[in-house]
Design a protein. Sequence first.
Length: 275
Amino acid sequence: MIGTQDHREDNNAKLSSIVEGDGLVETSAVEAKTVRDAEVPRHDVLRRLATRAMGLTGADIERIVREARLKARRQKRPLSYADVEAGIRGHRPPVPADQRWRLAVHEAGHAVVHHALRLGAITGISIDTPEGGSNTISFANGGSGTVEWHNRLLVLLMAGRAAELLLFKAASAGSGGAEHSDLGRATRIALDMEQALGFGGKLPLLYLHHRDPTPVLSHNPDLAARVHQRLEVGQARATEVIMENRPVFDRLVRELFDAQVLDGEAVMAILTSEA
């Protein structure tokens, strides 16, 4: 899934102001360290929490920290990283390893293609949201509006599915299932290219308005075939881009699988490395 909002910087400031003075503790399997210790700088802990909180509002964070603080006080102990992280995650059970690996592959595919096609900045990736996985991205200058630009958007949207097919030889339903899904958005873009943007294979000068792609495509096999061909070309190109950047892709999958959430700085360090 692809999103276009980034709240990390605001979340960092919000978390800092809320937990100030609480002596936030990072729990570890080996020992517990306060963020005042030199080994665990406070800003590093807050940055990790802010990355976890990508997509949440300031009000969400205030509520989560307030509930975590009350829990810690009832148990007569300092507020911990684990307390706040559990609240951010909504106390959801951990994602099974096989599902987490597939999500990491899918989202890494989107990220690698977005970067390789120079579409804009990546400000974060998560495989631990209620919806599954998410790339938070921006588009350089909002796009040029050309046919080449729209074709690159199709490549980006098909990249998650392409990555799954490349590694698993089969795709999950994660790319589809809803209007705002990868396949839902890609289908609408491809249909717009055929009927509304002047890029169509037949009668390109006609502007044909449509509210819902489903009845339009269901009752016009020829149009559906042209739209589907655009999606096939996008998926094929996405596969090529991932294969061309395979070492970086593999590294991003591994690190995303381990961390579950990576901020933009961490993602870009991987994408610009020699892997």
